[in-house]
Design a protein. Structure first.
Length: 262
């Protein structure tokens, strides 16, 4: 008795099995296809608005970055300044939450600097009339330090726009040789100076920049596109804090120099 066997062309059985396997794989892939993960919602970008922070908040922010950048020892950490060394730069009673744009921030900052300058001018007139004190060459009464030459130029322009009395000395490297700046500092009385950490540090190391008459170290905390400030940028923070440690710290401790963060 002959058993019935279906007529299957040679090689077709293997091909059919392969096709079936491929179909099964497609089905499995469809079943196992991972669901799209919901992307994390981006947190809204928050402006630092350093000028609005209290003296205590500024002190904590400054000291945290100072200690971590220079990797201070335990002994150095104990040689701490106080929050009294930091100037309040904002009147919270007149705060208007609708005015958080850059122009309003700049106006607040330069109104503050203008007030510092008014106090300085009053003091100069008093000293001149009473022959109390002679200004020291190369020692700005207000030293503004910022993260880049481009920003320094912008600050100088803004200063002049807000108050044309400002005669500002440039202490940054853009198109200006250090020898030229040294000569200016050695021979002229400087009222306000604007510069970058690296150039200011070098001029101080050469003893051309003096802080003997300096009343205020103003640190510009403008944020870049990545929301980084002079405290975060590796190209600026080490020079900033080295300058502070070697040339400012003892003056701040003895209350001869105050820090303004804007």
């Amino acid at each position: 008795m002959e058993l019935f066997s279906p007529n299957i062309p040679e090689g077709n059985e293997e091909e059919n099995n392969n096709n079936n396997n491929e179909n099964d794989n497609v089905l499995v892939e469809e079943v196992r296809k991972p669901k799209k993960k919901k992307g994390k919602e981006k947190e809204p970008e928050v402006k630092l608005e350093m000028h609005k922070k209290t003296a205590t908040e500024k002190f904590e922010y400054f000291w945290k970055h100072y200690a971590s950048t220079l990797k201070l020892s335990i002994m150095e950490m104990e040689d701490k300044i106080s929050e009294e060394s930091f100037v309040e730069t904002y009147n919270h009673e007149n705060d208007n939450s609708n005015n958080n744009n850059n122009n309003e921030t700049e106006k607040t900052n330069f109104d503050f600097i203008s007030n510092l300058y008014n106090n300085y001018e009053t003091e100069l007139i008093y000293q001149y009339r009473n022959k109390k004190k002679k200004s020291v060459n190369g020692s700005p009464r207000i030293l503004i330090i910022t993260h880049s030459a481009k920003r320094a130029v912008e600050l100088m322009r803004l200063l002049k726009n807000f108050d044309n009395r400002f005669i500002v000395t440039k202490l940054f490297a853009k198109h200006i040789k250090i020898k030229v700046q040294s000569d200016i500092l050695q021979t002229k009385v400087v009222n306000i100076a604007v510069g970058t950490p690296n150039r200011i540090l070098k001029l101080a190391q050469l003893n051309d920049l003096s802080l003997k008459d300096c009343d205020y170290l103003v640190i510009d905390c403008e944020q870049n596109i990545k929301r980084q400030t002079i405290f975060d940028l590796k190209d600026t923070n080490s020079d900033l804090f080295k300058f502070y440690k070697d040339h400012c710290h003892q003056l701040v401790k003895s209350k001869k120099l105050k820090i303004c963060m804007i």
